[in-house]
Ligand binder design. Sequence first.
Ligand code: NAG
Ligand code: NAG
Ligand code: NAG
Ligand code: NAG
Ligand code: NAG
Ligand code: NAG
Ligand code: NAG
Ligand code: NAG
Length: 900
Amino acid sequence: MKQTVIGMLLHFLLVLFGVLAILVLIQAQDQSGFISIDCGLSELSSYSETDTGINYISDAKFIDSGVSKRIPPTEIIVKQQLEHVRSFPSGVRNCYRINVTSDTKYLIRASFYYGNYDDLNEPPQFDLHFGANVWDTVKFTNLSLIATSEIIYTPSQDYIQPCLVNTGNGTPFISSIELRTLNNTAYVTNSTKTVLSNFLRFDIGSITNIEYRYKDDVFDRVWFPYEVDWARLNTSLNNNDLVQNDYEPPRIVMSTAATPVNASAPMQFHWSVDNENDQYYAYFHFNEVEKLAENETRSFNITVNGDFLFGPEIPVHQAVHTIVSTKPLTGAARYLFSLLKTENSTLPPILNAYEVYKVMDFPQSETEQDDVDTITNIKKAYGVARNWQGDPCGPVNYMWEGLNCSIDDANNPPRITSLNLSSSGLTGEIASFISKLAMLEYLDLSNNSLNGPIPDFLIQLRSLKVLNVGKNNLTGLVPSGLLERSKTGSLSLSVDDDNLGLCTMNCKKKNIAVPLVASFSALVVIVLISLGLWILRRQKVVVTSSNSKERGSMKSKHQRFSYTEILNITDNFKTTIGEGGFGKVYFGILQDQTQVAVKRLSPSSMQGYKEFQSEAQLLMIVHHRNLVSLIGYCDEGEIKALIYEYMANGNLQQHLFVENSTILNWNERLKIAVDAAHGNVLFMETYFLHFAALYCPLCEFSGLDYLHNGCKPPIMHRDLKPSNILLDENLHAKIADFGLSRAFGNDDDSHVSTRPAGTIGYADPEYQRTGNTNKKNDIYSFGIILFELITGKKAMVRASGENIHILQWVISLVKGGDIRNIVDTRLQGEFSISSAWKVVEIAMSCVSQTTAERPGISQISTELKECLSLDMVQRNNGSTSARDELVSVATVSVSTFLAR
Ligand SMILES: *[C@@H]1O[C@H](CO)[C@@H](O)[C@H](O)[C@H]1NC(C)=O
Ligand SMILES: *[C@@H]1O[C@H](CO)[C@@H](O)[C@H](O)[C@H]1NC(C)=O
Ligand SMILES: *[C@@H]1O[C@H](CO)[C@@H](O)[C@H](O)[C@H]1NC(C)=O
Ligand SMILES: *[C@@H]1O[C@H](CO)[C@@H](O)[C@H](O)[C@H]1NC(C)=O
Ligand SMILES: *[C@@H]1O[C@H](CO)[C@@H](O)[C@H](O)[C@H]1NC(C)=O
Ligand SMILES: *[C@@H]1O[C@H](CO)[C@@H](O)[C@H](O)[C@H]1NC(C)=O
Ligand SMILES: *[C@@H]1O[C@H](CO)[C@@H](O)[C@H](O)[C@H]1NC(C)=O
Ligand SMILES: *[C@@H]1O[C@H](CO)[C@@H](O)[C@H](O)[C@H]1NC(C)=O
């Protein structure tokens, strides 16, 4: 019974699918790749334009602002798509958002026909933006003219945002927006980033003197007849008579050509430009329209302002040949083109058509997609009544009100760093997605009517420096993680004024009901998670290819890859870039050209599967600049692999110890130490936030101390060493390889080592001796790494023929009191003595015999930052090297150290 029902369902689905496919095919017959929008047309309306047969649709689903208007019947309306306009009486910037296929070359055309639609008899002037960039200024010299702005552009996102911008010269409006996909191999310039703006497009020698577009032109370009006193030549071309190239100029355009009246004279034409520095690309299309006799030839050279451009061109009968200027033309106010008959040619030159495009600059990348999605959600959730339209961060003068963004010139997408929603009438709770603005430094939600608690998730905003939630109606505890940061001065926190229900520290009442409720909620969470996992597992069986659309509207950062995809990404595991305890690491390239490192778990080391899982689980959640990001994973039967961001500068080990590598200078070493410490703090805190709370909902909530002193589980990396500290292209350090870390669920387990962990030289002797794990084991390893950074020597030093541990070597030198004997000689004295002593001091405390004397990682992090600022100060004061420094500084440091 069940079987037949499923069978019927399948059958039905198949039929439905077939019908849909046929419908899609019919649609796609000739207008595939076309998006034709009649702006201002009433919602849900559409029509097929009579001259071209192009299907136009209403713009209603692409924009939510503006008003629909109609050109009065007394005006001439040459095309139906110009009959309506959408006009924007309010808001400075109003934007369309149109879905496209990313990385596809589009011809994008916006048209504006004023037609006195507002009865003011005065056409406005306004600007066009394209996402984060300025596109054009629209102006009219004459009421009855149609203005168009047309570009050829390859969007990198899967939407575009054309915007109309009020510049104080009248109300902006728009008549139509047309998108047509082009052949990616046509209109190629020296960079895929180049935007081409149409400047001229002429049909030469036209005998009809009418303009041609779709269906004559498959890409719906508009070709204007060009009238000069040349002789016209024409032929008739039937279907398939003309051999096309990637540009596919229309047959009707290519069937006519012009030639000089005086057969021995050159064929000349020119155009003038406003700005000599502008760059232009010219495209000449040729087709021999005459059938030449045996003794006839047509051959000519093309020059621009007297300089040779191309030649000899010998047009081929009934075949399109296109000549492109290989580099952009620039540096002249007037470009004179000459087609010069070569000596052997019996016939004068011809020209069928040409196009000229101006190179446009879209310098600013679109804002990071996650930030855009998040801020859009915030806008929707709170109904923010501001003119928040288009790209949040660009163009710079049009950044959304209340936002600030980091914009660098390295083509990185801008990130939102500041959000001020003070006095904006916000109601309800603080929305969780605010925590997705990962780079946020400043958040002001004050003077609204927000209620509920200050949520824990705000702790995830690692860069947050200022948080103001004062003058609201918030209740409950202030998350201890925030208080902690406020205490250490890294966060300026304003919570108190008028939030009467809010308490910071001691308001937690002893309440018997709490444990029960807490355990119960923990249980619920666990059940929910198990349910989620179960559903995921089921989906895994049904859905074989990963489909990101199924994961909801927010794009997931992490992807599941199939083995075949892994093969493609790594080009069949072609390049090995490393080898870890669990297998090899390969270089790979994703479809979007992102470089990645693929870590494959070797089938033989299946005992590593647990570590594989814990690493994947952890990194799925953690995302920070001091932790290596996981892009995805593969878990297909025997094949397990993790896909990470590619770290261009390899690992610290290579930089410190491999010969011929460039020597890291002192400042770089300090920065790496700071990054690595920060990475560790983060790693622990985040892990704690996401997992520990589940296991241990009843514990006192007090930030890092929770981890270190109170509750389980203790979180450890357990294999810190230079080869696990990776460096990106800017030498920023990120911690990798959490494979060995794990959280122990209960007290008994926490002291039991289930497998040996760590690497000789870095592993805590205390642990090796007793086999007991301790949260300070990592601190020891970190201290060893600090010594390696200071001395440039490996953890196991080769001295007088035998391997000794770096500590044996360094401790006597520390007592000797001359820092220059300790610091890496390759630095040739280029370091500041005071910062070097301080790092030695920190390192010494890390490797302290008694684990209790070792500082916590957050303290280490803070102190290392001080070293860095010491070094900076010294540099700024001009004394950049140890040689210049006062000896007294060193003496003070030594005595401080020896006093410990
Ligand atoms: C554009 O794409 C987004 C995400 O894929 C989707 O949510 C939205 O509905 C689409 N918009 C239109 C107008 O099709
Ligand atoms: C506007 O342009 C049209 C067509 O080119 C022309 O006939 C008309 O005279 C122009 N009007 C003005 C005021 O220039
Ligand atoms: C393309 O050529 C122009 C002019 O020669 C130059 O300014 C520009 O930098 C080039 N772009 C690339 C990506 O090579
Ligand atoms: C692009 O041009 C190439 C070469 O002319 C042709 O093979 C290909 O089919 C064209 N693609 C499209 C989408 O028209
Ligand atoms: C080509 O040959 C034809 C006769 O076959 C003659 O009439 C014509 O003048 C010749 N043209 C040239 C350019 O020699
Ligand atoms: C045409 O260009 C060729 C080089 O491609 C050159 O040898 C020839 O002299 C040129 N002829 C004229 C008429 O400029
Ligand atoms: C021009 O004609 C001469 C003599 O017939 C020949 O040697 C030369 O190769 C020809 N040049 C071209 C470019 O066809
Ligand atoms: C604050 O919340 C309390 C309790 O929900 C409510 O009675 C009060 O009206 C709220 N005050 C404001 C200003 O929203």
